[in-house]
Design a protein around this ligand. Structure first.
Ligand code: SF4
Length: 446
């Protein structure tokens, strides 16, 4: 079959993997990172790999164009958005099937059934519409990650820049964490499966042979690689060492890590075999809010991990969330104080987004808009000056605190200030759109 895999804006790693699997099965595969119906004509199947809730809105017109052309393709959607198939099929009614969760086995099975004219309900792990009813077939078993086909690499992947890497490489799937805002626990049920080191090294060489220069390790907290009933420091170290020997430490990043999943050996391995920085998921300086987020960490854990990372010579960044339901001014002040104390090398501040399928999304659907910090106008001076919401005003506050507390303080020029403001507003705009979408949908069906 002729298959186009399309993702808006970038090539997600999952799309490369599915492309490789389908090519291995003998299909003719192409990958695209923009929504242009004219370049995708004559396909039997179009698979959309959608990673963000916003994609449910941004792909609507594209899908309609595909469907109303001559010989419309069969349209499949996969990716994290598949965790809410009812919402997805309501927003994108022209989609023929949703591959829920892991697609390596489900997608080829679905294509085989299509090829022989079988019924969709013969395929496990999908959702589709039948006479206005959403049918969800029984779940598939978790896939075997060992020795799978090499990813499909589009020629321009070498030009992609995702947090300085051209692509990530998956090292393992799953996480032992239970954060309310994250889909990983729902998708993988806390079961951590690690790929063989030889496969990861071979894949690194494969990417390099296609011009890829920099890769990031893992799609979730990296130090859980090789996890059995706890951290596996020797496997983790061997993984980084072997990949680093192939691509060079400066071209390898393994940033994302939980503060309670580190040890001196783990951090030393990151220092010795990668570009030398970590990004801790800190989220908040308030124990009360960390507990509401089910982060499973405390502020003391955060301080200890940051100090340990500094001790071994790593640069340390942190990611933070604002606008979490129930966040008080006191919680926010604690986060400001923590950023001031930690003197991080960089920060990522995000207005929390309700990803359908997460516990947080369930909570936000029930939360009245007048209590949602992403919607309420801030009553402080800076909020009134820039017409900010509470979440936006707190994000700005955190960024300004970081800029003045950083080891090399960032001069607050007009350009820096307006970049912060622009980024914050764009982010909240997305959050508001997604929140309205899921609230409208769930209010209709309850
Ligand atoms: S630690 Fe990271 S990957 Fe794990 S549940 Fe929390 S946010 Fe998700």
């Amino acid at each position: 079959m002729k298959i186009a895999i399309v993702s808006p804006g970038l090539y997600p790693y999952g799309a490369l993997v599915i492309g490789g699997v389908l090519k291995d099965k003998g299909h003719k595969v192409s990958l695209f990172n923009e929504l242009d119906a004219r370049t995708i004509s004559g396909m039997d199947v179009v698979g959309l790999s959608l990673t963000s809730t916003l994609h449910l809105l941004s792909t609507k017109e594209f899908i309609s164009k595909l469907k109303f052309g001559l010989n419309p393709p069969f349209i499949i959607v996969g990716g994290p958005v598949s965790q809410a198939p009812d919402l997805l099929l309501s927003h994108l009614p022209e989609v023929d099937a949703v591959v829920i969760g892991e697609g390596e086995e489900t997608t080829p099975e679905l294509l085989e059934i299509l090829d022989r004219g079988g019924d969709l309900d013969e395929v496990c792990g999908i959702a589709f519409k039948h006479e206005d009813e959403v049918i969800i077939t029984p779940q598939n078993e978790p896939v075997n990650l060992d020795h799978r086909p090499l990813p499909f690499i589009p020629p321009d992947l070498k030009n992609q820049d995702v947090r300085t890497a051209n692509t990530v490489i998956e090292t393992h799937r799953g996480c032992s964490g239970n954060c309310t805002f994250c889909l990983v626990p729902k998708m993988f049920k806390h079961r951590i499966r690690s790929r063989p080191i030889d496969d990861i090294v071979e894949e690194t060489r494969w990417f390099m042979s296609h011009g890829i220069r920099r890769v990031g390790m893992s799609l979730s907290t990296i130090s859980q690689y090789g996890w059995e009933s706890g951290l596996n420091e020797s496997n983790f170290t061997r993984l980084l060492k072997e990949v680093s020997e192939v691509i060079g430490p400066m071209n390898l990043a393994s940033p994302d890590i939980r503060v309670d999943m580190v040890s001196e050996d783990i951090l030393r391995a990151i220092k010795d075999y990668t570009a030398g920085y970590v990004v801790f998921g800190i989220e908040s300086g308030s124990d009360r809010l960390l507990s509401r987020m089910r982060k499973g960490i405390t502020v003391d854990d955060i301080i200890e991990a940051v100090n340990l990372a500094r001790k071994v010579g790593l640069r340390v960044s942190g990611s933070f969330i604002t606008g979490y339901p129930g966040e008080t001014d006191e919680d926010h002040e604690k986060t400001v104080d923590l950023i001031g104390e930690l003197m991080l090398d960089d920060v990522w501040v995000n207005t929390v987004s309700p990803i359908p399928g997460t516990k947080l999304a369930e909570e936000i659907v029930k939360l009245p808009i007048k209590e949602n910090p992403a919607f309420i106008k801030a009553e402080n001076d800076i909020g009134r000056l820039h017409d900010l919401t509470v979440a936006e005003s707190r994000s700005l506050d955190l960024l300004l605190t970081f800029a003045t507390a950083a080891p090399i303080p960032i001069p607050l020029t007009d350009k820096v200030y307006s970049t912060y403001l622009k980024g914050i507003k764009a982010q909240t705009e997305e959050v508001v759109l997604c929140t309205n979408m899921i609230r409208n949908f769930y209010s209709r069906i309850t």
